[in-house]
Design a protein around this ligand. Sequence first.
Ligand SMILES: Cc1cc2nc3c(=O)[nH]c(=O)nc-3n(C[C@H](O)[C@H](O)[C@H](O)COP(=O)(O)O)c2cc1C
Length: 192
Amino acid sequence: MRIVAVCGSMREESNTNKLIRTVAESAEIDCEFIELGALNIKPCTGCSMCMMNEGACPIDDDMQAVCEKLLAADGFIIGGPTYFMDISGAVKSFIDRTMAVKYREIGPQHSEMPWHGTDPFHGKPAVLVVTVAGRGHERTVETLKLAFDDCHRMRIVDQLAEIVGMDDVDDLPEALERARAAGKKLAAALQA
Ligand SMILES: Cc1cc2nc3c(=O)[nH]c(=O)nc-3n(C[C@H](O)[C@H](O)[C@H](O)COP(=O)(O)O)c2cc1C
């Protein structure tokens, strides 16, 4: 079993990153960390080449390697901060670029509409991690759920939405405890 954890915060040692790592440590499953801040992931251009070329995206950046890692994973931890009451631009670019994996004919067909491709992550368990200073996290959670549950058909086993203010999450024991509990749920889902 192997999980992939995607941290959408561009800041090193960020609160989102710390929570994601706490989830992963608690799950006690081999985990590969993908930090968007350390990668070059350009926005999707909407060229539709992936749809016509078996998922091959013409943009030459770090997303190609990220897609391979995602496709090899059994489960996921996906997190990001709240920016203007929704996901950040970096997370949105990451999500949009995952479109390419749907045209590699892996997993069940999404719907009766073939242009929706297939769902390689179908049924794979995932934990969502959202942070926010004060308010607006509801839409962030909703956006992540729409992308990874509705569109990619992952199975969301837990979701964290931590209101951190100006604090460091290391000083918020209840948030860390919720992250540990989420990790246990992810492990249970993977071992079921
Ligand atoms: C561009 C930007 C927009 C933000 N928008 C919001 C917001 O709408 N609501 C809020 O409560 N906090 C907002 N914040 C604060 C972040 O959500 C908060 O600091 C978050 O925990 C950062 O996560 P990180 O430590 O993982 O980077 C914003 C921060 C930035 C930089």
